[in-house]
Design a protein around this ligand. Sequence first.
Ligand code: SAM
Ligand code: SF4
Length: 435
Amino acid sequence: MSAPKKLFIKTYGCQMNVYDSERMAEALGGKGYVETKTPEDADMILLNTCHIREKAAEKVYSELGRMKPLKAENPNLKIGIAGCVAQAEGEEIMRRAPMVDLVVGPQSYHRLPAMDDAVQTGAKALDTDFPDDDKFDTLKARSKAKRGPTAFLTVQEGCDKFCAFCVVPYTRGAEVSRASDRIIREAQELVASGVREITLLGQNVNAYHGHAGGLAGLIWDLDKVDGLERIRFTTSHPNDMDDALIDAHGTCEKLMPYLHLPVQSGSDRILKAMNRKHTAESYLRLIERIRAARPDLLLSGDFIVGFPGETDEDFEDTMQLVRDVHYGQAYSFKYSTRPGTPAAEKPQLPEDVMNERLQRLQGLLREQQQATQASMIGREVNVLFEKSGREAGQMIGKSEYLHAVFAEAPLDVIGTVRKVKIVDDAANSLKGELL
Ligand code: SAM
Ligand code: SF4
């Protein structure tokens, strides 16, 4: 029997890419590949790329440059580019980087086994279609191998919202939802492999329409899956938070009290220019309704500072919105141009203005995050333990609010939800005592 071929996957960007990388590894597993953690001994290297940050493509080319010696040492090594940069750049990658053997977009990676056949004969393989055949149908069942207690599950892909700054509608295509019965089956497979918490993923997950009852309908079906203890979902658009979903936050015990609900800006003028189709006021009213349903919910968000045309006053509106909402945690970014998006055509703000605003916003968000963490001290939370910590006897998991919590505990807490009393907070985690 020949030794299994080794596959090294490097994943960039969002959780959807983490999920896709798992599925790519499973698809190539059918061709005899096993995963390796070191690129040096790989027979195939896949870079699963992200296009959301600035100079994304350039970063991929420099990573390829670093991999050149590996290809020189092992001429049989195959190198592939997957993900959103693959989708956006397509053939350009093959042209600029002849060492690349295959380029595969996020909607066509179910065809990787056939592409592997092609590259093994020395040919190049490129597939950046938005194919008619359903990727998930071809991929079929999840691997039966034992897994950790948390998993991602993509339920919706693409986006029809076309925010003026965002490449997602172009790289991931139109909004598509998976049928709910397939998702339930996949959730059952994950639970059979040891998963206790599933995070439902989508670029616009709350626009999910693969169930007559929308995302809330899917969540209630998942609520019935034996052995599944926790459900989360990300990322949502404010306009798709319907009543049923808000209600589920108050009534579905398995749905965790954490919500990532990006607003991007607190200025109505900028929100309009961003094509967000909501106002600061409608967002604040929405938050009120969600908090009425689930008062202890921890809220997270995304912000862009320095969108073209943003004045000091617009930025102050964002700061005020942050003060009004009080986020438990949040992500904030400097606006950066994405070629092909409407905002890319507009005059850009000076770098120093953006830097100063970002610093102020991040300072405020950090204060709120720290205050939220400090407010957990003395409280009892439920922690799903995931793995051992750095120190002996220490276990790490996540509370229902998605705080990382560490506590002295026996090894067998891993994979179980335990009551923990929070006794201290560190920079990005909480210290607890097992009750
Ligand atoms: N669908 C989600 C939403 O509507 O919020 C997330 C989309 S995107 C993958 C994640 C975040 O990246 C966005 O919420 C936005 O804050 C940020 N982002 C997207 N395009 C950007 C750009 N051109 N410049 C800076 N930040 C950007
Ligand atoms: Fe991008 Fe999200 Fe806007 Fe869609 S809703 S265009 S994914 S920021």
